[in-house]
Design a protein around this ligand. Structure first.
Ligand SMILES: C[S@@+](CC[C@H](N)C(=O)[O-])C[C@H]1O[C@@H](n2cnc3c(N)ncnc32)[C@H](O)[C@@H]1O
Length: 453
């Protein structure tokens, strides 16, 4: 097994621990341990799990909604639950369209003049309530403790947890930063991430979170025996704070990104990514650099954090309640009587026309899940990430058994279309940087007729 160690000087070394070793027990049902020398660690069942049962559910350790998706879905910045009300969600989307210069459908303008109260600000604030929207209650919007408008929450608890985990170092709000200079520096970092690669937002959460945990350890008197001087104590605290990510390291981002088909000069492409990560890190250091922990701000470490997302991340998807709402109002078997539907359509049809085809767009983003990222791939997986309708309404990962799993069996997901022919699967997994060693691939490779299928 390889783990990431950051040396005192900020360089990365790989430590090969070639022993079978239980790394972690996850509750009573699962453990994370070495699967094989080639695959590295994996997740194993410790007791039988029946088909369709939940194997585990876990919230994201760090994560962010995609920049382009923010206009579509107003969600909690910590758990990605839709917030506010159906009216607020629709107004948010239409206001974003308006700010992008997209006109609203003419029927919406007619509706506004016919029912004076139905303008976007009334929809947003709840002064105008949409018919039957009370069937889809959403948690009230809670604002950021630092007063920024970049993050919103579904509860005081989520606001406080995000604040404590990393946001208090990344917030540009008036109540959070000691000076305008650092608030402006935060905004510059965020704009750069929005324009280039929104995974930089998540990388910043990892750096800020690690820094805060290291700081907390030091202020609680963390002092390992071997650490005599203050710089040794800082170093030990940083290593401890880095633990959640220590086993996830695979490669630098610029080395592991799959080369797009239209790129002819791979070396130049990789060097551009290296430079881009360097620019992002310089912007981050402007407001976050802490001289007690220089290794945390080394480009190799920043590149390895981005590499974690490239190879381990799971896309966040949360279905939109707005889709359900329009389904109720407009589907033939939506549940409303004919008369109710007629009256409802007077209001909802113009909204639907203005929203356009993607009226029910879900929340999309990227996240890092500590346990899910330990699950290996199999082309005959016994588990899958699955969102149960109306049950899984936030950005947590839910992993279900696709077949009965025996005690001691490894829990494997498929990263690709596992039904594709052997060579297509091989090519798809090359983008993930490995050659599959699952039983199905091993047996198909050994049967030449099949492998050429
Ligand atoms: C999301 S991580 C899974 C955890 C990983 N085994 C570890 O030790 O951190 C994905 C990586 O695990 C390895 N891996 C996963 N499934 C594999 C498979 N079927 N065959 C070979 N290697 C695999 C590859 O190195 C891949 O990049």
């Amino acid at each position: 097994m390889y783990i990431l160690l950051i040396t005192n000087h900020g360089t990365i070394v790989r430590s090969s621990l070639g022993v079978l070793q239980v790394i972690d027990r996850v509750g009573v049902d699962l453990e994370v341990r070495l699967a094989s020398k080639i695959k590295g660690k994996g997740v194993f069942a410790r007791k039988a799990i029946a088909e369709d049962n939940v194997i585990f559910e876990e919230p994201a350790l760090v994560g962010a909604q995609h920049t382009a998706n923010r206009a579509d879905a107003l969600v909690c910045s910590r758990c990605f639950t839709f917030i506010g009300s159906i009216g607020m969600q629709i107004a948010h989307r239409l206001l974003s369209m308006r700010s992008e210069g997209l006109g609203l459908h003419p029927s919406f303008a007619c509706l506004c003049s016919a029912t004076l109260s139905m303008d976007l600000s009334c929809l947003w604030s709840g002064v105008a309530e949409l018919p039957h929207s009370d069937r889809y209650p959403l948690p009230k919007l809670v604002t950021c403790l630092g007063g920024c408008t970049d993050t919103v929450y579904c509860s005081e608890e989520c606001a406080a947890a995000n604040w404590a985990a990393h946001h208090r170092l990344l917030c540009s709000g008036p109540r959070s930063q000691p000076s305008r200079i650092s608030a402006d520096a935060i905004r510059r970092f965020k704009e750069h991430a929005d324009e280039t690669n929104d995974a930089f937002h998540i990388a910043a959460q990892v750096v800020a979170g690690t820094l805060l945990r290291a700081e907390e350890l030091l202020s609680n008197g963390f002092a390992p025996e071997a650490a005599g001087s203050s710089s040794e104590r800082n170093w030990a605290a940083l290593q401890r704070a880095w633990r959640p990510y220590a086993a996830a390291w695979k490669a630098h981002w610029w080395e592991c990104v799959a080369i797009p088909d239209d790129v002819t000069d791979a070396a130049c492409f990789r060097s551009d990514l290296h430079e881009l990560a360097g620019d992002s890190l310089e912007l981050l250091k402007e407001f976050l650099y802490d001289e007690r922990f220089p290794a945390l701000f080394h480009l190799d470490v920043y590149g390895s954090i981005m590499g974690i997302f490239e190879l381990n991340n799971l896309g966040i998807y949360v279905a939109s309640p707005v889709e359900d709402y329009f389904e109720l109002c407009h589907a033939e078997d939506g549940g409303l009587s004919e008369e109710e539907q007629k009256l409802t359509h007077l209001i909802t049809r113009p909204l639907l026309d203005s929203l356009g085809e993607s009226y029910g767009a879900g929340c999309e983003g990227s996240a890092f899940y500590a346990l899910q990222s330990c699950c290996n791939h199999s082309c005959a997986p016994n588990a899958h990430a699955f969102k149960r309708a109306h049950i899984d309404t936030d950005g947590s990962a839910t992993i279900l058994a696709r077949k009965p799993i025996a005690p001691g069996e490894e829990v494997c997901l498929s990263y690709i279309d596992e039904d594709a022919p052997y060579h297509d699967r091989r090519a798809a997994l090359a983008d993930y940087g490995f050659t599959c060693e699952c039983d199905k691939c091993v047996s198909e490779a050994a049967a030449p007729g099949k492998a050429t299928a």
